[in-house]
Design a protein around this ligand. Structure first.
Ligand code: NAP
Length: 212
């Protein structure tokens, strides 16, 4: 498949691109950096700025893209423009181009406002608000064939290939396992129109997705 990865230079994005290339997909990765991120004949790169207007973003999307991943984020620096409006513009652009499959990297509790007043995550409240309304646009206002993956804390440690789904605890995640899970939902029929939380666990990723 020809796949657009928005945020290919990120910690998750980089691992996701590697996994998708290993799976023999053709990948277009986005970054505002000049340097070529991957040296692979199935990889090409796009300088896409999420603060650009929706029409400009749409013009940058090739007609034959079959799936879009959104794994970008402002790191709390520009939540409205990037994590919220930036994300929604990519959904609108994908939908208007006739691209159906859209996979969003979100965060645990993005859909559960009752958790946001917990003092342990209070400083992330504005981030959660941004992700909440972006995720809700995808679920309620788009016709896209979405999957929303909601990990807890991202950790730079080796993947185990095993996760737990929908435990309703924040938990930690190896970035490699998050990338592997994002790659695995691409063609999983039962991941379509699903929102799920993930963390490190004991179930093989493929099995955990099959159990959704
Ligand atoms: N940190 C956590 O513990 C955690 C937990 C759960 C979920 N998440 C979610 O996971 C996401 C990815 O995390 P990460 O650590 O992989 O992120 P990261 O390493 O900070 O990467 C951020 C990505 O977003 C892109 N980006 C930022 N601003 C942009 C803009 N204006 N236009 C286009 N691209 C832009 C960057 O591209 P450039 O190369 O152009 O800068 C980069 O590819 C987070 O944003 C968050 O939503 C994080």
């Amino acid at each position: 498949m020809k796949i657009l990865v928005i945020g290919a230079s990120g910690r998750v994005g980089g691992k996701l691109v590697e996994q998708l290339l290993d799976d023999n997909h053709q990948v277009i990765g986005t970054t505002r950096q000049d340097k070529q991120l991957f040296d692979n004949s199935n990889y090409s790169q796009l300088d896409l700025d999420l603060t650009a207007n929706k029409d400009e973003i749409q013009k940058q999307m090739d007609d034959d893209i079959e799936a879009v991943y959104f794994v970008a984020g402002s790191g709390g620096k520009d939540i409205l423009e990037v994590d919220l409006h930036g994300a929604v513009k990519t959904m609108q652009a994908a939908q208007d181009k006739g691209i159906q499959r859209y996979i969003m990297l979100s965060s645990v509790y993005s859909m559960d406002t009752s958790k946001w007043d917990n003092p342990a995550i209070a400083e992330l409240k504005e981030y959660y608000i941004g992700k909440h309304y972006a995720d809700n646009w995808l679920v309620n206002d788009s016709t896209l064939d979405y999957t929303i993956v909601q990990p807890g804390a991202l950790k730079e440690r080796a993947g185990t290939g095993k996760i737990a789904i929908n435990t309703n605890e924040a938990g930690e995640n190896s970035i490699e396992d998050v990338a592997a899970t994002l790659a695995a939902v691409l063609n999983a029929d039962n991941a379509s129109k699903k929102v799920f939380h993930m963390q490190n666990g004991d179930t093989e990723i493929k099995q955990a997705i099959a159990n959704l």
